[in-house]
Design a protein around this ligand. Sequence first.
Ligand code: CLF
Ligand code: SF4
Length: 297
Amino acid sequence: ATVERDEKLKERIAKHPCYSEDAHHHYARMHVAVAPACNIQCNYCNRKYDCANESRPGVVSELLTPEEAAHKAIVIAGKIPQMTVVGIAGPGDPLANPEKTFRTFELIAEKAPDIKLCLSTNGLMLPEYIDRIKQLNIDHVTITLNTTDPEIGAQIYSWVHYKRKRYRGVEGAKILLEKQMEGLQALREADILCKVNSVMIPGVNDQNLIEVNKMIREQGAFLHNIMPLISAPEHGTHFGLTGQRGPSQKELKAVQDNCSGNMKMMRHCRQCRADAVGLLGEDRSQEFTKDKFMEMD
Ligand code: CLF
Ligand code: SF4
């Protein structure tokens, strides 16, 4: 039975360039940027740019309506045969824009049922929308989870907006963590593959990442992606402006190595833009800007 389960799992990740290191040489993903709003404020994010939970800070993606996004996805799937996954990862949080996000997935599933659907979120609204995620057969969900400790969370998140109220400091960080844990559990129960992103912030959460790794492994996450904080002052983020540095390659690798005995670590992440197109590391987004793809069929 374990062999059979392993085979099934292999099949589920075989064509996903982020979930399988092997697949990323052969299969491509695209992001459609349909989700502008966000419900929290991370200190490594400037809202003028893409969601830094799954993106390279300092990049501005072209915002689309669900109809435009679906058209783009179908056009690109026709032109790039290795295209296997459509992800929504911004420019804000997909689940802070539930109607736009789910409408987009619905339209794509109708017209191109073979394309895998992928979603990346800060997790705050994940318990709320787990049923819609199941209904739509979204098989890959990423939660960005940076700490297991609300005191540390208070240094990473300046506020959390939940059910019409804004919470600051430890109080906000607590709510976010609670929802992320509930979300992890709900994904596990629904048998949806879960990847966790953690942004490594030296002196803030670096010592705590091994705990994060342990916790998410116990909660059944499939893959852990520890990404370096990018904090150029010109990006205008809180961390950038207060001189918080990102980790060196060596520091990042040391933390990844420390965790690697426990579960699968992702080491080929390219911190994609919210409208990325192509193989990881090969950005073809400029070939498919709105003025271009609207003319294609
Ligand atoms: Fe996109 Fe993310 Fe899905 Fe991949 S990206 S929503 S899981 S299809 Fe991949 Fe890009 Fe890294 Fe993300 S390399 S930033 S991990
Ligand atoms: Fe920015 Fe994403 Fe954090 Fe929202 S969740 S503040 S868009 S990095």
